[in-house]
Design a protein around this ligand. Structure first.
Ligand code: MRU
Length: 355
């Protein structure tokens, strides 16, 4: 079993946002970064669902891992309340949890893994087995990220500039990160010479979280406003755009943070390569194409205000889709822990998934 703690033998792996400590789930509250680093403990399911919905924790793999630990908490409460009927009471809890955010498939994937243990558990008290499964999901995610870091950075020519979007790092995963894991590995290997990060309006995952994470690691980062990406590409300053995924459809279409699609269009126009980095838990082979991926619509207030203060003109309305879909044809490589798919197609995705 892989260590859940930060890895001393791997450079730039010092941040963990999701942890199980003292029989509780603890999360860094990502709404408060970078000005405050506050860790909050969770002991019951409803507050975990709220934490996912309100983005105390965010990022597809981190949401999945949080959900796995949340099932442990829910089972503990249900078992304490009714040792004979805990299973029946827990099943609706799992549905509620899986619905907390709609786009990241890792959430439902993790809940399904935990449901399988719930349904097959013969133990009088299921908590130990569920906790072992949650820890396994967590450790496997970190291991996948380390592997993807190596596979992804091998695609990058030494000394390249890269651009990343949103936050796909330790804060968004079990640790190390997907796209940001490739950035970590690429910087460590000298393949990445300069890291640019989009601010990522409206929630500012890039400015607040990616920049914070890279500063913690001592990796230089240059922020750009989202609208500067095309100009950066035109000037030839980046050779790769590297992003994560919330859900990859069976044909390789990829849902990710709003703005990703525009980056892919711009990258193709400028001859910049486009890499998606995601574990297989982000791939949903039940969805044929991106058209079938549910896209979360968030509160217009996220666009109209910042930190509770209105920034838009009174009377203006806002449309706030949290994700968009990048067509597979704009993706040069999908990097997973099981290997790299270049120019993804349904056939290649089936082969990757062993189907
Ligand atoms: O709304 P968020 O912050 O949860 O969106 C996160 C993203 O879009 C990430 O790029 C994605 O989850 C991959 S994280 C490894």
């Amino acid at each position: 079993m892989i260590n859940l703690k930060t890895a001393e033998n791997i450079p730039y792996d010092r941040v963990r946002a999701v942890q199980w400590e003292d029989d509780r789930l603890s999360l860094i509250d990502q709404r408060l970064l970078p000005s405050q680093t506050v860790t909050v403990a969770f002991e019951h399911l409803p507050e975990c669902i709220r934490a996912i919905r309100d983005m105390v924790v965010r990022g597809a793999p981190a949401i999945g891992i949080t959900a796995a630990y949340a099932v442990v908490l829910a089972a503990r409460d249900r078992h304490r309340a009714d040792p004979a009927g805990w299973r029946r009471a827990l099943l609706p809890d799992l549905e509620q949890l899986a619905a907390a955010r709609p786009t990241a498939v890792n959430l439902r994937w993790a809940v399904d893994r935990m449901r399988h243990i719930v349904e097959s558990a013969t133990d009088a008290d299921p908590v130990a087995r569920l906790l072992a499964e949650a820890r396994h999901i967590h450790a496997a995610d970190i291991a996948a990220n380390h592997r993807m870091g190596g596979l992804g950075m091998a695609l990058i020519e030494p000394g390249s500039g890269v651009l990343t979007h949103c936050n796909t790092g330790a804060l968004a995963t079990g640790g190390y990160g997907t796209a940001l894991g490739v950035v970590r590995a690429g910087v460590a290997a000298g393949r990445i010479g300069q890291v640019f990060a989009d601010e990522t309006r409206p929630w500012l995952q890039g400015a607040r979280l990616t920049a914070w994470e890279l500063v913690q690691e001592g990796i230089a980062v240059t922020l750009i406003v989202d609208g500067a990406a095309a100009q950066l590409m035109r000037q030839g300053r980046v050779r790769w755009v590297i992003v994560g995924a919330d859900r990859i459809a069976a044909n390789g279409d990829t849902a990710n943070k709003i703005g990703t699609y525009g980056l892919a269009v711009s990258a193709r126009y400028h001859g910049v390569k486009f890499m998606v980095v995601a574990p297989r838990s982000s791939i949903d082979m039940a969805v044929a194409s991106g058209a079938d991926i549910p896209i979360e619509s968030r509160d217009p207030a996220e666009v109209l205000s910042y930190a509770g203060t209105r920034t838009a003109a009174d009377g203006a309305h806002a449309w706030n889709p949290a994700f968009d879909v990048t067509p597979a044809e704009l993706i040069d490589a999908i990097v997973t822990e099981a290997g790299v798919v270049r120019a993804p197609t349904t056939t290649a995705m089936h082969a990757l998934m062993g189907l």
